[in-house]
Design a binder for this molecule. Sequence first.
Ligand code: PAF
Length: 281
Amino acid sequence: MRVVHTVDDLRSALPALPGRTLVPTMGNLHTGHLALVERARQTGGPVVASVFVNRLQFGPNEDFDRYPRTLQRDAEQLEGAGCDLLFAPDEAQMYPRPQTWRVLPDPALAGVLDGAARPGHFEGVATVVLKLFQLVQPACAVFGKKDYQQLLLVRDMVRQFALPIDIIGLDTVRDIDGLALSSRNAYLDPVQRAHAPQLQAALRRLADAASCCADPSLLAERERDEMQAMVAQGWVPDYLSVRRRADLQPPRAEDLGARGRLVVLGAARLGGTRLIDNVEC
Ligand code: PAF
């Protein structure tokens, strides 16, 4: 696997990698990322991964400074997973001048859930993803479904800007006890780690409720109950919410009961760590 750190080196490496698939990451790779690489390999084309901790998508009081940077280990794992090229730019390469031009995502999709809890987050994500697409010019790109809202936004951006890129979403990889793999799990102490699967358990209960409830207001009540139960367990939830998969809006009566239309999404803090997860139903 070749590793490049500059845009010039990236551009000279790309002609040898036609029909490539991009796996964009912020590094500190775990099995979930390696599953994205494996899925990228299944497209049959070469695989390009990027590792870049994107300042633009972090709020002023978020974990940009302490986000784990483990490039050497990431490169070894990517090589072992069969990646062909790693693009690992520094900030001066990605943002040689302040990135004053930004991608402003549709507020209907970016202003709810994580977008409401983290103002500006999806603008930062969309801006760096568009820039990575522009730099790498992939035929496909693979994103994890753990960041469900991000995946929907990227798909929508690609559609609206008519980018010739096939976006592939991959199911969340979980630990044996159900916790979604995330680089941020490393922040949890052993007691918090033992409690962390409670988030997924709450989402699963809401998914069960959504499959047998015909009344949106009763479902909203169940959401409030689950939020309170999480608070009682020591969490600070941002949201636990049943939404339509297509547009992340709350379901109407006709959306309830039918399988395949809904997703339950949640974000909550345990100590200083914010975890997100979702369950399709
Ligand atoms: O999902 C992530 O790791 C990041 O949001 C991404 C897509 C690499 C953009 O920085």
